[in-house]
Write a new protein. Structure first.
Ligand SMILES: *[C@@H]1O[C@H](CO)[C@@H](O)[C@H](O)[C@H]1NC(C)=O
Ligand SMILES: *[C@@H]1O[C@H](CO)[C@@H](O)[C@H](O)[C@H]1NC(C)=O
Length: 247
């Protein structure tokens, strides 16, 4: 049976397909959404203590100061998605992540009775959709360009890459709330924003297609309707599922 036919005509089947893994829609290419955080737990006055940069498919589209909550669009995509619901939700979550990471760093300092200020922390959240619909979500933590610690959100596994990551691993591994926070944001929120941003990404690709290639463009536009409609449907369903599960 055609996979697309199942989606178009059998909403019940769609739910069944989605529920267990919350896979991404199949697409022509792999896609990713990633946020890089830099946290300075002891920023000097006037210095930003939390910055986040967002990338879709490795292209930076957003810069956000999680402390002052100032936001900049850094690409056409950023301008295009400005004002969407995903955009707004993303800001709130990035701010929460910034606050949590800063608090965690300050906790470590207090718990370990050290006078040294903690190192600036770099955190990267990544969610990916492969072309076959498989998903990956992970976090990386480190400092000064070096990665110390990995968290695989799909199987909730921590991996220390550098001795400096050990302390955070011990702290977070035993903290269910923090682990769940990292997992849910990367496998849930991040993925749903990615799906929402991809709708605009595809529209922009269509817009920037050369007019001299009109016949080919017309054809690809007709073909593009299905993935876009599919992504919208998935986004709506995932959101309502999440609301149902969380609310
Ligand atoms: C988003 O759009 C609003 C309204 O058009 C504009 O005032 C604001 O500067 C935009 N924000 C970004 C980050 O581009
Ligand atoms: C979790 O997944 C990663 C790859 O995504 C793998 O390297 C690791 O071995 C897995 N860990 C467990 C405990 O399954």
């Amino acid at each position: 049976m055609g996979w697309t036919a199942g989606i178009k005509f059998t909403p019940g089947l769609l739910l069944l397909l989605l529920l267990p893994q919350r896979d991404c829609p199949r697409a022509a290419h792999a896609h990713s959404l990633c946020y890089d955080f830099t946290i300075l737990p002891k920023a000097s006055p006037g210095q930003s203590w939390c910055e986040a940069q967002g990338q879709v498919n490795e292209k930076t589209f957003l810069s956000y100061d999680c402390g002052s909550q100032e936001v900049k669009s850094l690409s056409l995509l950023g301008e295009e998605v400005n004002g969407t619901r995903a955009w707004q939700e993303q800001m709130e979550t990035l701010r929460d992540v910034g606050n949590l990471l800063r608090q965690q760093l300050l906790d470590v300092k207090r718990e370990k009775y050290t006078d040294r200020d903690p190192l600036p922390l770099q955190g990267r959240m990544l969610c990916q959709c492969e072309a076959n619909g498989h998903t990956h979500a992970s976090w990386q933590f480190g400092s000064q360009g070096q990665t110390f610690l990995l968290f695989d959100s799909e199987n909730r596994t921590w991996k220390v890459l550098h001795p400096r990551g050990r302390q955070m691993k011990e702290k977070w591994e035993s903290d269910r709330e923090v682990t769940e926070f990292f997992r849910k944001i990367s496998t849930g929120d991040c993925r749903s924003w990615l799906e929402s941003f991809l709708v605009h990404w595809e529209k922009m690709l269509e817009k920037t297609a050369s007019p001299t290639m009109a016949p080919a463009t017309a054809q690809s536009r007709a073909m593009a309707i299905t993935p876009i409609a599919w992504i919208l449907l998935v986004t709506v369903l995932t959101s309502s599922l999440l609301l149902g599960l969380l609310g």
